[in-house]
Design a protein around this ligand. Structure first.
Ligand code: ADP
Length: 578
């Protein structure tokens, strides 16, 4: 039991360790899952941001700026060429209708410039070049206007315009150069946009790769670790379940042990407390578990000391009552098991037995001494003794021998009762004459001035029973009535018969019996005056034997008594047909 109990005590720290392990495993898995979630969110965010950026730079710069700007520059160049063509036509024809392309081109160029201004609003690197281009277009326009004025002035003007036109070639080629530079600027914008896009792409790709690899690593870790952690958790759970089952089994087994069994850990705290401990020590399991042993076990130090020494009887007080216990202590690594067996009954029986040996020796010695004295007198004076004295001595020897025989009979019957070997020889019995003969024999020993009376119906039918055993009972009751009536008084033996039961009531006016002891007097070896302070001897077996015999006959033996006023013992026997 000690090793099982040791296991149980050792299980407490182990269970704590299992719980901690389970908590750590759970935390680790949670943290890993959390990081995985964060990484996935980061992947999503980076992916989303990168695609958004790439989409917008394409949308804003290529579609929103570069493409329309390129088209517009080409349009502008065509419009300026158209302007010049119109103006040249006019110079040749001097017809104002020839100026139509000029005006159309001029209007379109103005619209192109306005559009280009809008398109380059967010791109200062292009706006500066546009300003130059705008000035050049305006310069050309002013120049053309001037030529048109010359042409309109007549022939001289036309000739002058023809000369001036040559110098306009410089202005036009400047405009074409600037337009070309602007196209280069636009190409630069395209290049820088592509560089930006590549950078965004690289950054996003890098981030995605790193985060993806991390996520993969964590997912791999979880894949390897989580099943292992789950297995550990399951194993811990299984172990805890088996432990609990084992505890429950131990508790179930302990509940059926008749000894109080206490499991005490190293810190002297109670870890287990069975039902027998509750009954013996009067403390509930729920109130005892977890408390210090010395707080819940009465006289704990005495019990432990007795357990160490292996004492068979240790006296302790539980709630004011004296109890005798046999403690046993087994210590092991982690705690100890204290077993306490209630030995009170055994102790009292042992004490009664010891008392009995004293009493029985005394009881046997008294008649033996008397017989021995009487025989020696008779042998010492064979002829000198007067006849009446010799007769008295012989009667005394006869009585004391009968007394001796009675004590020995009592011992024999007790032994038979203990073995369950008491046999009954039933036969029709005349209860009245049985009682008369008992009273007669009692009268012979009636040294006290007691009056022995028998009342019985005249027509008493014979009762089927073992006559010798019934005699034994009636003799006991009458002997007791005489013994415990030191001042004599009336001793009545009353027989009644109601058809079902025959009752024999033996009443006296003697010492009486206190109420508290009226049941105990039927116990083996129990005597009210065990120390014989009153000088009245006895084995303490008479009433025990009487009640056992009567109950085996199917009847009952009860007492009513009042201390100082006397006692009445009633023996009821059922009538049975032969
Ligand atoms: P014992 O041999 O001591 O008489 P018993 O078993 O016959 O043993 O009686 C047990 C005890 O009961 C006695 O010791 C006595 O104290 C008490 N007792 C029995 N009969 C009577 C009685 N008639 N009056 C008073 N006490 C009695």
């Amino acid at each position: 039991m000690a090793s099982a109990a040791g296991e149980q005590v050792r299980r407490y720290p182990r269970r704590r360790a299992l719980r901690t392990r389970a908590v750590v495993a759970k935390r680790r898995a949670q943290i890993a899952f959390l990081i995985l979630l964060v990484l996935l969110a980061a992947l999503l965010a980076v992916g989303g941001y990168a695609s958004h950026e790439l989409y917008h730079s394409a949308e804003d710069r290529y579609i929103g700026v570069v493409l329309p700007l390129r088209t517009t520059i080409r349009d502008l160049q065509l419009d300026v060429v158209e302007e010049e063509t119109g103006m040249r036509g006019y110079m040749i024809t001097s017809n104002r209708d020839s100026l139509d392309p000029y005006f159309t081109g001029r209007k379109a160029a103005a619209a192109d410039l306005a559009r280009m201004t809008r398109l380059t609003a967010n791109h200062p690197e292009l706006a500066a070049r546009l300003e130059v281009l705008q000035n050049q277009v305006h310069g050309l326009r002013g120049f053309y206007d001037q030529l048109i004025t010359f042409v309109a002035d007549g022939k001289i003007g036309r000739q002058r315009a023809g000369r001036e036109l040559l110098s306009s070639q410089g202005l036009f080629s400047q405009f074409v150069t600037t337009a070309g530079q602007m196209e280069t600027d636009i190409q630069r914008l395209v290049d820088s946009t592509r560089a930006d896009q590549r950078k965004t792409y690289n950054r996003a790709f890098g981030t995605l790769v790193i985060a993806g690899l991390l996520a993969l690593a964590i997912a791999g870790y979880l894949l390897v670790k989580v099943p292992e952690q789950l297995r550990l958790l399951y194993a811990a759970e299984e172990e805890a379940r088996l432990d609990a089952e084992q505890d429950a089994n131990s508790a179930r087994a302990l509940a059926h042990v008749s000894d109080a069994v206490l499991l005490i850990d190293d810190g002297r705290r109670v870890r287990s407390w069975n039902e027998a401990a509750e009954n013996l020590l009067g403390v509930d399991q729920s109130a005892a578990i977890g408390r210090m042993a010395q707080e819940v076990v009465p006289e704990y130090a005495t019990i432990v000391e007795g357990g160490r020494r292996g004492d068979a009887f240790v006296p302790i007080r539980i709630a004011g009552d004296e109890r005798w216990v046999a403690p046993a202590l087994s210590t092991f690594e982690g705690g100890s098991v204290l077993t306490i067996r209630d030995m009170t009954e055994r102790y009292l029986l042992e004490r009664a037995r010891a008392d009995f040996v004293t009493t029985a020796s005394h009881e046997l010695r008294t008649p033996l001494t008397a017989i021995y004295g009487g025989v020696r007198t008779l042998l010492g004076h064979p002829d000198k003794l007067p006849d009446d004295q010799r007769l008295r001595l012989l009667r005394m020897i006869e009585q004391e021998s009968a007394h001796l025989a009675q004590i020995v009979d009592q011992l024999l019957i007790t032994a038979q009762l203990d073995r369950g070997a008491l046999r009954q020889a039933e036969a029709p019995c005349d209860v009245r004459s049985l009682c008369e003969s008992v009273l007669e024999a009692a009268e012979a020993r009636n040294h006290a001035p007691a009056t022995l009376v028998l009342t019985a119906p005249d027509d008493l039918e014979p009762l089927l029973c073992d006559q010798n055993l019934l005699r034994q009972v009636v003799v006991n009751l009458v002997e007791n009535a005489l013994k415990y009536s030191p001042n004599g008084g009336r001793i009545e033996l009353a027989i009644t018969d109601d058809g079902d039961d025959v009752r024999i009531r033996v009443s006296d006016e003697g010492l009486g019996i206190p109420l508290a002891e009226q049941e105990q007097i039927f116990e083996k070896f129990y005597r009210l005056d065990a120390e014989m302070t009153r000088g009245v001897g006895g084995s303490g077996l008479g009433l025990y034997i009487s009640r056992e015999i009567v109950s085996q006959m199917g009847g009952s033996l009860t007492v009513r008594s009042e201390p100082g006023a006397g006692s009445a013992f009633t023996l009821a026997l059922p009538r049975r047909t032969a």
